[in-house]
Design a protein around this ligand. Structure first.
Ligand code: SF4
Length: 215
């Protein structure tokens, strides 16, 4: 992938189901972790998605955030830390514009911190992330109590002061499922639900393959 280019699977300009408040959600393309039960297996390959120039994407996100009264950007996937260099730039740009950054990763924070010693892109993405949700999705350890989190091994970490004093309150927020019906009739889901709940909710409704699981 050329420098300054990021593989994007999906961009939702405004959602209330992918982190605190109103947020822009950016799903990136490619994940080598491949957790059994992942709801976004179509985002595993690096070959899919759309290649976007990072600076242009950041400008689009910042302009949309202003218009949509958005407090931050959530980066999920796919695996953001497998495209750490362009996403570090994107995160730094949107933070500089006053937006918060929440990043989901299938890697655990201590591992990322070890890698960050020799990888400035990983170090910068960590430094430009206000809220990190970490760890692989384990389908035998489903977490239905915390918001945004898929399994009990995963954690929410405040890496800057931005959400530090709200971390325990955030962990107790109700999880949300957002069902969006586009003008063309396509139905898309943001947030988390197990397959049975999702099937019940969407019974009789056309359904698009965008997955509800975040990382
Ligand atoms: S759950 Fe997340 S980390 Fe695991 S395979 Fe899916 S996208 Fe990758």
């Amino acid at each position: 992938m050329p420098e300054g280019v990021v593989g994007v699977a999906r961009l939702v300009p405004v959602t209330q189901a992918e982190g605190p408040g109103r947020r822009t959600a950016l799903w990136v393309q490619g994940c080598s972790i491949r957790c059994p039960g992942c709801f976004n297996p179509q985002m595993w390959t690096r070959r899919g998605g759309v290649k976007r120039n990072v600076d242009e994407l950041a400008s689009e996100i910042i302009a949309g955030a202003t218009a949509g009264d958005v407090e931050g950007v959530t980066i999920l996937g796919g695996e953001p830390f497998e495209q750490a260099a362009p996403l570090a730039r994107l995160a730094a740009l949107v933070q500089a514009a006053g937006l918060s950054v929440m990043t989901f990763t299938g890697y655990e924070l201590p591992v990322l911190r070890t890698w960050a010693v020799g990888r400035s892109d990983i170090a910068t993405l960590l430094r430009s992330t206000d809220l990190l949700a970490d760890g692989p999705f384990l389908q035998d350890r489903l977490d239905v109590s915390r918001p945004w989190i898929g399994s009990t091994n995963q954690g929410l970490h405040a890496l800057t002061k931005r959400y530090a004093d709200r971390l325990s309150a955030l962990n107790q927020e109700a999880d949300r499922l957002e069902i969006r019906v586009n003008r063309d009739g396509l139905v898309a889901v943001n947030g988390w639900a197990d397959t049975e709940t999702l099937d019940r909710l969407l019974a009789g409704v056309g359904r698009r393959g965008d997955g509800p699981r975040r990382s």
